[in-house]
Design a binder for this molecule. Sequence first.
Ligand code: GTP
Ligand code: MG
Length: 324
Amino acid sequence: MVLSGKALALFEGIRKGDRRALARVHRSDHRSDARELVSACARMPRPRSLRIGLTGTPGVGKSTFIEAFGMLLINKGHRVSVLAVDPSSARSTRMQDLSVATEAYVRPSPSRGSLGGVARNTLDSIILTEASGFDICLVETVGVGQSETMVSDMVDMFILLLQPGSGDELQGVKRGIMELADLIIINKADGNLELPAKLTRAEITNALHLMIPRRKSWTPKCLRASAATGYNLERVWGSIEKYFEGLRESGEWDGLRAAQQEKWMWREVNHLLMGRINADEAVRAFAKSLEENVRSGEIPPGIAAERVVDKFLSSYISQKHEFK
Ligand SMILES: Nc1nc2c(ncn2[C@@H]2O[C@H](COP(=O)(O)OP(=O)(O)OP(=O)(O)O)[C@@H](O)[C@H]2O)c(=O)[nH]1
Ligand SMILES: [Mg+2]
């Protein structure tokens, strides 16, 4: 594949670690250019970076945590990229130090687009920032919808942030999210929240004992920390290092990445097909005309779906013949 002039210049910029080149790709709406660029970046030989997802309900302190933790990682000599997946959120905590540090690249959440679209773009962004030499990638997502499932499918490690207190009802966080977490952090363990943080940690640790670990090489843990004071951030890093050591030594990491790539391929197939079906006006009208019959129970949904797909395929094939 040959990159066009503009894409080639961006590729060179990305390879040299130029953050402006990254920002330019993120702003550009030339999707086909960006696609070529991402493929070129994906083929670049680079050591595997640590992809870490962070989730938690709004206000739990995700952004504050990433700011403090990101700075700690930079001081250890890492280059950190931060990507947000949260198309619904208008609010954002400014990561003051991190966003100006040359060893960091912070991309705020795109405010437009469907969740699926934003998630796919994030996967591309991960690849672009890795090619640019960022060795740790933090993906922030708000833990109230499906976004965390998508994010957990693109990262190697998933961290859940909770607040001190009300650990029993899990603060609106669904049980399913806890099952995705490799590390649970009780944030805001400072000031008069220190004691409630201890209690919550004990509760969560008990709950974790009852769960089946999703990795062979790691049992999920719960730690207290404070993004505000920096308390325990070193221990959090220690845990992350241990986690990745396990993934690496057990060979689990290779399998994990391979399964993720495959999953995203099928997600993309679904997305592309649905996009094409929706773009075909005749098929859309036909599907619309079936809806009433499906609602009334006259036609079973499965049969209707089959007819829609058949209609799409025959329309697609006849269009192909026309162009020949
Ligand atoms: N006491 C204390 N306050 C904190 C800590 N971390 C964050 N906060 C405060 O909690 C509030 C929310 O922090 P954010 O970092 O914006 O939370 P968030 O999870 O990113 O929120 P959304 O992006 O809206 O989902 C802010 O007022 C922070 O100052 C902490 O460790 N201790
Ligand atoms: Mg935030």
